[in-house]
Write a protein that binds this ligand. Sequence first.
Ligand code: PMP
Length: 391
Amino acid sequence: MLDTLPQQSPDALLALIKMYAADERADKIDLGVGVYRTDDGATPVFAAIKAAETKLVNEQDSKSYLGPEGDTGFVDALMPYIFGASAPVSDRIEGMQTPGGTGAVRLAVAVARKAGVERVHLGTPSWPNHAQILSDIPINAVFFDHATDDGRANIDQLLGVIAAAGKGDAVLLHGCCHNPTGIDYSNAEWDAIADAFSRSEALPILDLAYQGLGSGLEKDAYGLRRVLGAVPEALIAYSCDKNFGLYRDRVGALYVMAENAAQLGPIMSNLNALARASWSMPPDHGAAAVRLVLRDEKLTQMWLDELASMRARIADVRAQMAAAGQIGKLDLTALARQHGLFSMLDLTKEQIDRLRSDHGVYMAGSGRINVAGLHSGNIANFVNALKDVAG
Ligand code: PMP
């Protein structure tokens, strides 16, 4: 029976990682996989996480089961960062730990479907796994353009989508650091989005996977908080895999804001049941380390400092790239207006292939680059390579 399964195309980014590893050129440049890198090209474990892990190893006295909701101390400790220290809606919000932001998005869509949502509206391009999750659940995906041709957020389309949406519709939005475009909504645009949601019955699903890597922990949550202030209910998928550098430890959470506190119990019981039937319980280690960081003032400050230095480096790389200005039709000044790890370069397939074959530059076939793959040692080479293929 298993022989009826058709071959699936391999994950393009994973294939790129293999090609990069096999390239023997010393000056090759990896702009593919989406992880933060230091100016030395490393993706180190955060010092605050290392300290928390040491504490965990020394103090953890049991690895007995917790439950589908995972580490509730972790879930609660994150809430002030996501929803604000004095969130007026907090008695209507509850969460549970998930295996990464991926698990949170999946659970959000699954519970939305169970509650009667029939369509999920998604701006494209998006993180490819968004569409894959929608198709796998399955639920109807309805796509709109995330960006305009001149590289701005297509706010008019989004406002139209929200206005036309009704019961049975959900709209999935990136909270900040849009993957793959880096094109975020301005605060004024978020105000308009929140206003549109307040007049629509659509359910917002907010995916916050890069808080702190854009403009700051508070500023990156502006849109999410504005939307939550305008609607009766919403689902919030959160990842700690980038902003705590925990990638492979799979650390995330799903929060639900209900119309009133009494509804939280039944909703959470459904989330628990869905989680139980898929992964049963989330992996503990990374979330426990985050809890220890957030419950210790010194470790929290170490984390905040490290996150601030990452954010500053990403902004610095973006400014350096923008200084290269226009290369042929390629407008690099846009990179300075965008946020987070990713941007899209308007390159043809041939140009992307030539960057790889002639210059050892590895990027996704879509033209997405991981900005953090650039550093003082390779930016000039990358700009010269762009001049060669696109100038
Ligand atoms: N949402 C978005 C927009 C993402 O880019 C990612 C990660 N690339 C995730 C969710 C999931 O992150 P993870 O499962 O690694 O925590």
